[in-house]
Design a protein around this ligand. Structure first.
Ligand code: CP3
Length: 343
């Protein structure tokens, strides 16, 4: 029997209390993260320095006792490994030289394992120091979200330029998606071989797409990635996170083969219990800005979450990543409550 309640709940077993972790739990709200971050001008160099990345992966667990650690890295290491220039500009987010028909040619999915070997080393180091009972989550961006950054060149509210490419240059878009998908599968297999015990696929920008495009470029690639991973590693669970997918989260849960689905803070809990929890474990969905605003408000929302979903398969998390201005005391209050829940 696995001693990790996080892995047990993802395997469909019942556990003494719902496990919890928080998206972006390794990050700027932690002073000990800032302390290490300041040694690096270049964010990607930080991601590629195993000692530093392993240390910040473990930091939140020491303070808050989460049931899982998430690998410290970023989804944009895939464009970097493919050969696209990626820079992180302070206060301005990531900047990439947008992919064109011409530059697409030169992107090479064959270099992933070599280029991202330091990430595998981070995973091996974290596994050696993981607290008993805690599990390590590996991750990647889902192909659409990675393609959106590669085509847009920066973060955006609507990703219009990336969307136009879907319909105006369908062959070029399909070619790009095929390269990203291949690179992502190879990268995630490498993470599992190095010791990642579960995988999360972040599709942060899936909600800018219309239904049919969502089915073709969000659900179908997720299904192929899950199948490729599970063919080689049938016991490694995959958490799909189609952020703000609304009603399409039901078909996503049913058709992609994921073991869990991440739910955002707007998803109605009674609907989630009826429509999604019978199909897959549910992960979510406290509001990150609520956590930053009010410990009491967050605790009340957590009680409701536990009341509605706590009897079924549930991983307590936020609906999206923890925000840099979140007070440590609020995180501690929530973690303390979640550690003491008993069924
Ligand atoms: O969850 C964790 O603690 C593990 C590490 C992690 C990071 N990014 C570290 C990071 C994970 C899982 C991610 C995922 C990620 N990265 C996503 C998907 C999740 C989401 O939030 O929607 C996306 C879209 C990105 C791309 C990205 N990386 C952006 C847009 C930015 C800039 C905006 C921001 O939040 O700063 C980053 C930078 C980044 N990735 C930081 C961290 C800790 C901040 C960089 C810094 O410390 O200067």
């Amino acid at each position: 029997m696995n001693e990790s309640r996080f892995l047990r709940v993802l395997a469909g077993e019942s556990v003494d209390r719902p496990p919890f972790w928080f998206m972006r739990q390794a990050g700027r709200y932690l002073p000990e993260y800032q302390e290490i971050r300041k040694d690096f001008d270049n964010f990607l160099s930080f991601c590629y320095t195993p000692d530093a990345a392993a240390e910040v992966t473990l930091q939140p667990l020491r303070r808050f006792g989460m049931d899982a650690a998430i690998l410290f890295c970023d989804i944009l290491v895939i464009p970097d490994a493919l050969g696209q220039e990626v820079r992180f500009v302070k206060g301005d987010g990531p900047q990439l030289e947008p992919v064109t028909e011409k530059t697409l040619e030169s992107l090479d999915p064959g270099k992933v394992r070599k280029h991202l070997a330091p990430v595998a080393e981070t995973i091996r180091q974290v596994r050696r120091s993981l607290p008993p009972g805690a599990a390590l989550i590996g991750f990647a961006g889902a192909p659409w979200t990675v393609a959106a950054y590669m085509l847009e060149g920066r973060t955006s509210r609507q990703f219009s330029k990336a969307k136009h490419t879907v319909w105006q240059q369908p062959e070029m878009f399909a070619g790009l998606m095929a390269k990203i998908e291949r690179a992502t599968i190879d990268y995630l297999l490498m993470q599992i071989e190095a010791g990642a015990q579960a995988i999360q696929l972040f599709d942060s920008w899936c909600a800018v797409l219309p239904e049919q495009t969502f089915r073709q470029w969000v659900m179908a690639p997720a299904r192929r990635i899950v199948a490729a991973l599970r063919a080689k590693h049938p016991y490694v669970p995959v958490i799909g996170f189609p952020l703000r997918a609304g009603a399409l989260a039901v078909d996503y849960a049913r058709e992609t083969g994921v073991q869990a689905v991440g739910i955002d803070a707007l998803a109605p809990l009674d609907w989630v219990r009826r429509e999604i929890q019978p199909l897959a474990c549910v992960q979510g969905n406290l509001d990150p800005e609520l956590l930053a605003s009010s410990a009491a408000g967050t605790l009340a929302a957590a009680e409701r979450l536990l009341d509605v979903l706590g009897e079924g398969p549930l991983v307590v998390n936020l609906g999206h990543g923890i925000l840099p201005h979140t007070p440590l005391a609020h995180v501690e209050a929530l973690a303390a409550r979640l550690r003491e829940v008993r069924r």
